[in-house]
Design a protein around this ligand. Structure first.
Ligand SMILES: C[S@@+](CC[C@H](N)C(=O)[O-])C[C@H]1O[C@@H](n2cnc3c(N)ncnc32)[C@H](O)[C@@H]1O
Length: 266
């Protein structure tokens, strides 16, 4: 009975999101019934709106159809919905064998810093102390259901084999630099960690692992100034000015160009 109640409320929540975002999705997308079916399955477990979910599904389908090898990586997993969607799309249109890496504290966001200009003052005004120490701690925002529940959702509900999932539990600042040395090529890198420092450590350690033809998705580029600054500074330092494609007002992505004989073929 309780299970049925939970299932019914999840379905209601998904239907609400479908209706809410109906007008934001290009009409051509609604005919992608397979994608829609997969999205519906993960909607209650993700904060992503429909346009980003359709684009993510398509990114997986693209790298699989083109046989582009490499892991799927998400930095900022929350309740696992976006990872679940990558797993479902991967099964629907199989490609090279891959591991899906999940990076998250699974305790929610750490403190913002002065670099997060749009939120920092508000954070202090709420009574949080201006901290001198670098020690990260959970501030109670974006706290999800925890790693165990996310794993159960992904294996039991979505059907991703346990050995396809690699959990990196802890602060990105501690987990990402170490994991990056052994991670290997990345086909899709999703950055969804909101803050400047969270984004910076991920882009600096993981971007060079993204293969040619692979995707970099930056969920918060238009949402948080700190995220945007970390990304812009990273590319500026390299003398690059990527042409981001917009999933919507907030989320952008790019596809790393494939270069053959000195010519880009993307
Ligand atoms: C907006 S949520 C991610 C939403 C998720 N991708 C989805 O599909 O709904 C941001 C996540 O980033 C995580 N996060 C942010 N900064 C972090 C850091 N420095 N280390 C570990 N986790 C972090 C938070 O715990 C939170 O789960």
């Amino acid at each position: 009975m309780i299970v049925n109640l939970i299932k019914r409320s999840l379905a209601l929540h998904s239907t609400y999101k479908l209706v809410r975002d109906f007008r934001t999705v290009p009409s051509s997308r609604w005919s992608h019934l397979a994608a829609l079916q997969d999205i519906f399955k993960v909607l209650p477990k993700t904060m992503l709106p429909m346009p980003r979910l359709f684009d993510l599904h398509e990114a997986v389908t693209t790298v699989n159809a083109e046989g582009i090898a490499g892991a799927f990586v998400e930095c900022g997993v929350w309740n696992g919905g976006a990872v679940g969607l990558m797993g479902l799309a991967d099964r629907r249109c199989p490609g090279p064998e891959r591991v899906i890496h999940l990076f998250d504290s699974f305790e929610g966001l750490p403190q913002p810093t002065e670099k997060d200009t749009d939120v920092y003052q508000g954070y202090l005004d709420e009574g949080h102390p201006e901290e001198s120490s670098d020690a990260l701690r959970a501030i109670g925002a974006c706290r999800g259901e925890g790693a165990v529940t996310v794993q159960t959702f992904l294996t039991n509900h979505v059907g991703i084999p346990r050995d396809q999932l690699a959990f990196h539990v802890g602060w990105f600042q501690d987990t990402v630099p170490t994991a990056a040395t052994a991670l290997g090529p990345i086909a899709i890198l999703r950055l969804d960690g909101d803050w400047y420092e969270s984004t910076k450590v991920c882009i600096e350690n993981l971007y060079d692992l993204v293969v040619e033809g692979g995707f970099l998705v930056i969920d918060d580029y238009g949402t948080f100034t700190g995220c945007r600054e970390a990304i812009d500074a990273f590319f500026k330092e390299r003398g690059e000015a990527p042409d981001f494609i917009h999933s919507d007002d907030m989320c952008v992505y790019l596809r790393k160009p494939r270069v053959t004989y000195g010519k880009s073929i993307n």
